[in-house]
Design a protein around this ligand. Structure first.
Ligand code: ATP
Ligand code: MG
Length: 445
């Protein structure tokens, strides 16, 4: 605009200046050399023609120069416009822009594809309400807000239901569209179809959920084995006592005192059975919130749950505990203890020397450190790097799913925001040298 005005002024000024100079100097020159009227008239005519010819030539060159310049600029502008259009058209993201009334002024093919439209003319000039998006109200409100506040709305996830009721999940950013003067003339938006990505994420989450579910089932299986273990003895006592009472009656040697004693013992044992059920039931309760507990209580509850397995296998637990208060998911932490202890018990199967499991808890700065170590021989070098992977197990199918430690790692890192590690250690205990696995869990207090 500016260059055009200045070139008008330039051409007109040159023409004006030339005219003034021509009239002034040519008249003065003629007056100086010619005196008779006839010649003067003739020369004036010639001078007039000369003026027209020269000024036409000047005008021709100036206009040509200006025209070429404008042509050049126009070509350049067209090229830039083409490039811009190509960029928008080929951008790997959907782009569209609307005017102040919310009518579409432009969009690239990717956007047409996203909203299942074949032709651009089905979009241009239309509003969201014309396109029948069920989400039109939200779209219009967003546009209004951006236009009114002149502020962008970036990277938000929204739903768009396109033709044939196909729902797409998109990540959108909208910015106000400004003209040269800085006034808002509409909105410009980019949006990316993330439906597939979201579906994949959901699938991953589902798979993770499935793994958690499987591992819960696995630890439930282990627990049931523990219950069965724990019940065997009291059940056999009850059965023996009941058979005894019956036999004494049949033989006619029963007496009230003996019978009462046996019935009391039966009662005691059934109460014990009922209590073990409560212990296990509490363990299976899913904790949705944390509570404050002491590590000693936690350990006592854990050991109660697996006491019979420990006793049956002659395993001695050696405790070295600082009773630390912690706010945590109690059952999750018990599940971790049980998984690790069960693994040690399994590892002791082949062992025929003294079996020990050392449990140490201590507070270091603002961390709770739990170390569980056995003397069952440790974990082989080619195995140790994989023990936290899901489904990794060196046991046969019947005895291990390979989810125990995976689950421990998941719970510790994702749920309790801590860390867990394992190493094979060599150590002395009661003047004997042992090798074993040592698990270390660090939790933020
Ligand atoms: N204390 C340990 N001593 C020796 N090896 C161990 C010990 N703890 C774990 N492992 C090894 O780590 C592997 C993975 O343990 P993890 O608890 O994840 O699975 P699992 O015990 O095989 O099966 P489950 O899902 O029933 O727990 C085990 O198969 C075993 O080889
Ligand atoms: Mg295990």
């Amino acid at each position: 605009m500016k260059t055009k005005t200045s070139s008008y002024i330039k051409i007109t000024s040159v023409y004006f200046l030339f005219g003034v100079l021509w009239i002034y100097f040519s008249d003065a020159a003629i007056n100086l050399v010619v005196s008779d009227l006839e010649t003067l008239k003739f020369l004036q005519t010639i001078k007039g023609w000369l003026f027209i010819c020269i000024s036409s030539l000047i005008l021709f060159f100036f206009s040509k120069q200006q025209f070429e310049k404008i042509q050049n600029e126009t070509d350049q502008l067209a090229k830039t416009k083409d490039l811009l259009e190509t960029i928008i058209e080929n951008a790997p993201i959907s782009v569209f822009w609307k005017d102040l009334n919310g009518a579409y002024i432009g969009a690239n093919s990717k956007f047409l594809e996203l909203i299942n439209l074949q032709n651009r003319k089905d979009l241009i000039g239309k509003k969201d309400s014309d396109l029948n998006f069920p989400e039109k109200e939200e779209f219009v409100n967003d546009d209004k807000l951006i236009i009114e506040t002149k502020k962008a709305k970036l990277n938000y996830i929204e739903k768009v239901t396109v033709k044939n009721n196909i729902v797409k999940i998109v990540n959108t950013s909208k910015v106000p569209l400004l003209n040269f003067e800085g006034n808002v003339i509409g909105i410009l938006a980019i949006t990316q179809d993330i439906t597939e990505h979201t579906e994949n994420l959901n699938l991953l989450k589902e798979q993770e959920q499935l793994l958690i579910q499987q591992s819960r089932l696995a630890s439930m299986g282990e627990m049931i084995a523990n219950i069965a273990h724990q019940w065997r003895q009291p059940l056999s006592i009850i059965s023996t006592l009941a058979t005894g009472i019956k036999l004494e009656r049949e033989l006619g040697i029963s007496n009230d005192e003996n019978e009462n004693e046996s019935l009391d013992m039966i009662n005691q044992n059934t109460q014990y059975l009922s209590k073990t059920i409560d212990d296990f039931k509490n363990f299976f309760k899913k904790s949705n919130y944390t509570n404050t507990i002491y590590t000693d209580d936690l350990l006592a509850r854990t050991l109660k749950l697996i006491s019979s397995r420990l006793k049956d296998n002659n395993i001695e637990i050696i405790l070295n505990n600082e009773n630390v208060e912690i706010d945590t998911y109690e059952n999750e932490l018990i599940q971790i203890y049980i998984n690790i202890l069960n693994n040690s018990i399994d590892a002791f199967m082949e062992v025929n020397y003294n079996k020990y499991i050392f449990i140490e808890t201590k507070k270091v700065n603002s961390h709770l450190i739990i170390e569980i170590k056995d003397n069952a021989g440790g974990i082989a070098d080619d195995v140790i790097g994989k023990v936290f992977e899901p489904y990794f197990s060196t046991k046969d199918e019947k005895n291990g799913t390979g989810l125990g430690l995976y689950m421990c790692n998941e719970i510790v890192t994702k749920h309790l925001k801590g860390t867990i590690s394992v190493q094979t250690v060599i150590f002395d205990y009661l003047e004997k040298n042992y090798t074993g696995a040592s698990f270390k869990i660090t939790l933020q207090l």
